[in-house]
Design a binder for this molecule. Structure first.
Ligand code: PLP
Length: 446
């Protein structure tokens, strides 16, 4: 076994990652490039200098080349670019990428290169990192911020948009920006999160009745005001946007305030075998028609998609450590990339394809559940995962659509936090963006 450099970035690993004797990570299989120092073509995205991850045609060719013993993150910047292209063409307003969903320079760089200039940031660290992108417009959409974060974001990084969901936050912003004359204050309202895998209405958001008073207060101190909401992440009902826009309009009328901005937040879904969304066009249509119906067509429209822009942009190649019946034990889990696959959280299942002998392997599919590498029982992904019935220890599995909230949720719990990183040239296992760029994979399961 050889010490190798597979990748760079937040999860860079220079370690015993591979069983490939005597090869560098980039030498085996149908690799396209050796890992080497260069400037990413990411047009000013943060942390632009580093060692480029090796590029492979597919997860199967990567397994042939690397024979990895730790999970390998396969990035597909082209999938992020395709999603951005679709949103920029189809969403009739500003598309502010929710930075928290995936902060990898290569992925953010792809979004930026495609034309994304607005960013929903939710911590001072995100503000700092996103601010290095030329002409980036940052919106600080976390409703409860520290005083330091408000002050520094405003004075050092030029942030003017801030979310609020209570009067105290409004007073904090007023004080920390020294009564700034150029604020855009956005009232985050609580709205129904029905049929969302990850409801976001418990922690933040003021009820519509309270939003009326808060909007009036915001109007008194801010140059511009708006309303925002989050319909829940991985949300399957386009009508939720209609209801939320209707409520925004009612609140604005009751407050006697003209909304400068209507921010419909995130919630746009990705494909998961146990959470299959309608076409994304239906979500956009619901927003467009509600905006007209409820008289908000003169308010600037904004959205904050995270998942829909980046979910398809990363797969993780995992190795089978063991099997007991229909329970599969793999080398990544809920303390790693599968945070949202946890039974106790989103419980999302993922599209998968099996790799044996360095080739994609097809066979009669059965339903499996998965368990991660830690000794903890909540390290459990109920799936279901559809895999060939004879899947066994030593096989590899490409798990798709882990680009959103995967890498950013990883921990080192139980010593399991090591990953390699590569770039994959092929298409995601499934895509919501057919018609913009056709996906080629015919091996998808689930
Ligand atoms: C304020 C805010 N905006 C946008 C998002 C992104 O949501 P999604 O990934 O569902 O598009 C989130 C996710 O937590 C959020 O908290």
């Amino acid at each position: 076994m050889k010490r190798q450099l597979l990748a760079i970035g937040g999860n860079s690993v220079q370690n015993q990652l591979s069983d490939t004797d005597g090869m560098t990570a980039a030498q085996g299989g149908n690799h396209r490039s050796r890992g080497r120092a260069l400037h990413y073509p990411n047009h000013g995205a943060p942390h632009a200098v580093g060692i480029a991850p090796a590029t492979y045609e597919s997860a199967a060719s990567a397994v042939r080349g690397i024979k990895p013993v730790v999970p390998i993150v396969g990035m597909r910047p082209h999938a992020a670019a395709r999603a951005a292209e679709w949103f920029l063409e189809n969403f009739p307003g500003d598309v502010a990428y929710a930075y928290k969903a995936n902060d990898a320079p290569l992925i953010i760089g792809a979004l930026y290169a495609q034309g994304i200039r607005h960013f929903d940031v939710a911590s001072l660290s995100e503000v700092e990192r996103a601010s290095v992108m030329k002409d980036a417009k940052l919106h600080f959409m976390h409703p409860i911020k520290s005083r330091e974060a408000i002050r520094i974001a405003y004075s050092k990084f030029g942030v003017r948009t801030f979310a609020i969901d209570c009067e105290d936050e409004l007073h904090k912003i007023e004080a920390e920006t020294d009564h700034a004359p150029d604020l855009l204050l956005v009232v985050r309202m609580a709205v129904p999160n029905l049929d969302s895998a990850i409801p976001l209405d418990r922690k933040f958001g003021v009820e519509p009745r309270g939003a009326i008073g808060l909007l009036k207060s915001a109007r008194r101190i801010a140059a511009q005001v708006g309303v925002s909401f989050h319909v829940g992440s991985q949300m399957l009902r386009p009508e939720n946007y209609t209801l939320a826009i209707a409520a925004s309009s009612e609140v604005a009328s009751a407050a006697g305030v003209k909304l400068d901005v209507l921010d419909v937040g995130g919630g746009f879904p990705a494909y998961h075998p146990n959470s299959k969304p309608e076409s994304l066009s239906l979500y956009i249509e619901a927003i467009k028609s509600a905006r007209l119906k409820y008289g908000l067509q003169n308010s600037r429209l904004m959205s904050e998609p995270g998942r829909a822009l980046v979910a398809e942009a990363e797969s993780v190649i995992v190795k089978m450590l063991g099997r007991k019946g229909h329970n599969l034990y793999i080398n990544d889990g809920t303390y790693g990339s599968f945070f949202e696959g946890a039974k106790i959280y989103g419980g999302l299942s993922y599209p998968v394809r099996m790799i044996r002998g360095g080739q994609f392997y097809h066979g009669a599919l059965e339903e499996f559940v998965m368990w991660g590498p830690s000794c903890d029982s909540i390290d459990h992904m109920p799936g279901p995962f559809f895999l060939p019935s004879d899947v066994k220890e030593g096989d590899y599995i490409e798990v798709g659509h882990l680009g959103a909230y995967g890498r950013v949720s990883r921990s080192n719990f139980n010593g399991c936090g090591q990953y390699g990183e590569i770039v994959l040239e092929d298409e995601p296992i499934r895509s919501m963006y057919d018609g913009v760029v056709k996906h080629k994979s015919a091996t998808a399961a689930g």
